[in-house]
Design a protein around this ligand. Sequence first.
Ligand SMILES: O=P(O)(O)OC[C@H]1O[C@](O)(COP(=O)(O)O)[C@@H](O)[C@@H]1O
Length: 405
Amino acid sequence: MAPPAFVPALAVRSSHPHVSLRNSSSRPASRAHAARTARTAPRMVVSPPKQTVHQDTSPMTLTRYMIQSAMDNTDLEHMQDMQSLMSSIQLACKKISSLVQRAGISNLTGLEDGGGSVNVQGEEQKKLDVLSNEVLKNALRYSGKMGIIASEEEDEPVVVDEVYSGNYVAVFDPLDGSSNIDAGIATGTIFGIFVQNTGCLASDWESKIDESELTCLYNTMQPGSNLVAAGYCMYSSSCMMVLTTGHGVNGFTLDPQIGEFVLTHPDMKIPERGNIYSFNEANEPAWDPILQKYVQNLKTGQGQTNQRYSSRYIGSLVADVHRTILYGGVFGYPGDAKNPNGKLRLLYECAPMSFIVEQAGGIATTGKDRIMDIIPNAVHQRMPLIIGSKDDVQELVDMYAAAEE
Ligand SMILES: O=P(O)(O)OC[C@H]1O[C@](O)(COP(=O)(O)O)[C@@H](O)[C@@H]1O
């Protein structure tokens, strides 16, 4: 039955619960009326959407990806070993990710021993620096593939005990950007894998250290170009593992629902040119004039693109380079008058990140030399790093070269 034509409010008692009588002054009536309506009104039943949500029944997890890579590339040396190595490394990163996420809840923020614990580089160790180091060290030890492990948090390279020993060398920074950890800002784990060398070191070492130390050091001090795999795991709004075994770069996101890294960024390629520069500009006054000019050009649009660049700096190498790979541009931690070799460590920060960025089509340099060609002369040696989009980094390299002519 159609609602009656509009007649003065009070006279009508409509049988349609949704017809509201405006300006009705009979308050008690309307409250009782409302109650009745509610009791009789048909209940709002939200029916589930007809179409079923697509459930990916065979996600390309990192584990599956490594198995498939090993099966598809039997000719590729090391792929079998990389498969089991990556299962150990991803387990460690999942564990570190949960420790980082719960740091505030489980009293894991702050300094180890209240600031009393300092690593060989004189840096105060965070509780999570020490814990992440143990987690990754153990995961690598029990992979049965490692012969030697070198970490930012270990004074010297560590020889893995006989029982578990293998033929690979792992170099890593267990928790990069840990100065940001207490503020919940992005941090990461960086790792690189070498094969143990069979050759021998230059003679002058012999007099200084014993045989096992000699072998240990020799196997650790390898140029980035010897890396057989490298990757980083970023702990941020999402947890991402980015990896190369020398055949391109792939990104995997940790799916908390299944606790697995799932392939989300296949075949990552860094844009040839970006519009973001990322440096700690507080150090700018101590930079060399070429670099000062280069960054000034990017700021003012007087560079090769005549475009003004924007600035981003998180202060975590992993996060700043990850953004640079996705969006393009340039990240740098250069040497300066204060720290001629900058701050970042060649073996377990610069070299692995350079392998990844080169595999994604970018460039990694000191400004003058290719990072991947440099043979370390110490485990914790620092090296200036300029890394990012090919054209952006080449622009600076050309400026240095021109200044030398
Ligand atoms: O605070 P600064 O001098 O800009 O240095 C930031 C850089 O230092 C680092 O935090 C060094 O790494 P660690 O935290 O592993 O020591 C990088 O992640 C980052 O790029």
